[in-house]
Every structure is written in C-alpha cells, then in structure tokens.
Write a protein that binds this ligand. Structure first.
Ligand code: FEO
Length: 199
C-alpha cells in the first residue's frame, strides 16, 4: 500500500514543510528541514551497540534465572538489576540517535548462554562479557574520532567511564568468589550482600 503523505503549513507565509512518511523508517528526502547528518558508519555502529547492550541485558537476565533456580536469590537480584541497567544503556544509544535526527534500525539479538556451572563461572562469564562491551565502546569512540563526530565523542565519554565501573564491580565479585572457594557460608554471605543492590 502507498505510504500516507501529509503536509503541514507553518505560520510563516509561503513556507510549506512537506512531510512524507515512508515505510522503511527513513526520513523523506523532500523534507526542507534537517539536522547535521551523522556519518553512516557511526550511526550503524551505534545501532549495533544497541544490540550489544540488549544482548548484555538478555545474558544477565538468563544468569538471574539460573541463580533464582539455585535459590541464590541475592545473586539473582544483582543480575536482574544489571539486566535493567543494560536496557537503560541501550535506550541511551537509541535516544541519542533520535536526538541527532536519525531513525534507529535495530539489530537481531542472539540467544544468550543458559545453564551456568557455578556462581564463579557465571560471574567470570559476566566479566568477560563486560570486557567485550568495553572493546566495542572503545572501537566506537575511535570511529567517532576518525569521523570527526564531536557530539558522539561527548556522548561516549559517559560509556567509557561506565565500563570502568562495570569491569571493576564484576572483577571484585569474581575475586571474592575465588576467595570463598568451597566455603558455603562465605558464598551465602556474598549472596546476601549482593542481594542488597537497589538498582
Ligand atoms: Fe552496558 Fe555492562 O555494558
């Protein structure tokens, strides 16, 4: 079916902004107003990053479910909060693209891992995932620099700092789980402590 077209008359005499809605989410070429366009490579990398952030959310939700099934409700709560945080990260990228006047084409999200051997194994995988996300963010930053996309660099600064925090907290938990070893009491204490995470 032909996409609907409409026009909007603004107050200034003789000025007509014609808006055409197209089915693939792209802006109409006939629009007379436009923001400074993003370079395609930066926009596409940010769209991919939305997928990476949602992948992280999906992985942490999967981990939360495994902990819940093992009655480690504190670890489960921590992972669920982490999953929520990753969704916030994804939406930051989504909103940034919209603020730049771009539509966001969302990539597919892969099925996350399922069935983790132990709390230590789970958090080691979480740490590895965070390191991977850090590499994506750094690559994205490099791209924003090479493409002279200054707003993107400012925006990405927050993520560069955030990844330091993400790796730090995951590393601390891995180290404490290694210290706990086979000590169930120590494991349950850590479970209780992590369960106090608010968000
Ligand atoms: Fe959004 Fe934990 O990386």
């Amino acid at each position: 079916m032909e996409p609907p077209a409409s026009s909007l008359r603004v107050a200034r005499a003789g000025t007509m902004i014609k808006v055409v809605f197209v089915t693939n989410g792209e802006r109409s070429a006939v629009s007379e107003v436009a923001q400074t366009p993003m370079k395609g490579a930066v926009r596409e990398a940010m769209e991919e990053q939305i997928g990476h952030e949602f992948s992280a959310a999906y992985l942490y939700l999967s981990m939360s479910g495994s902990f819940e099934a093992a009655n480690l409700t504190g670890f489960a709560r921590w992972m669920r909060a982490q999953a929520s945080e990753e969704q916030v990260h994804a939406l930051k990228f989504f909103d940034f693209l919209l603020d730049r006047g771009e539509s966001a084409r969302l990539p597919a999200i892969e099925e996350p891992s399922y069935g983790f051997r132990s709390p230590l194994d789970t958090f080691e995988q979480a740490l590895e995932h965070e390191k991977r996300v850090t590499r994506f963010i750094h690559d994205l930053y490099d791209l924003a620099v090479s493409e002279h996309d200054y707003p993107a660099q400012v925006f990405l600064n927050w993520f560069v700092s955030e990844q330091v925090e993400e790796e730090k907290s995951a590393t601390e938990i891995v180290e404490r789980l290694r210290m706990a070893g086979e000590d169930t009491a120590a494991l349950l204490m850590l479970d209780k402590e992590l369960g106090e995470r608010q968000q």
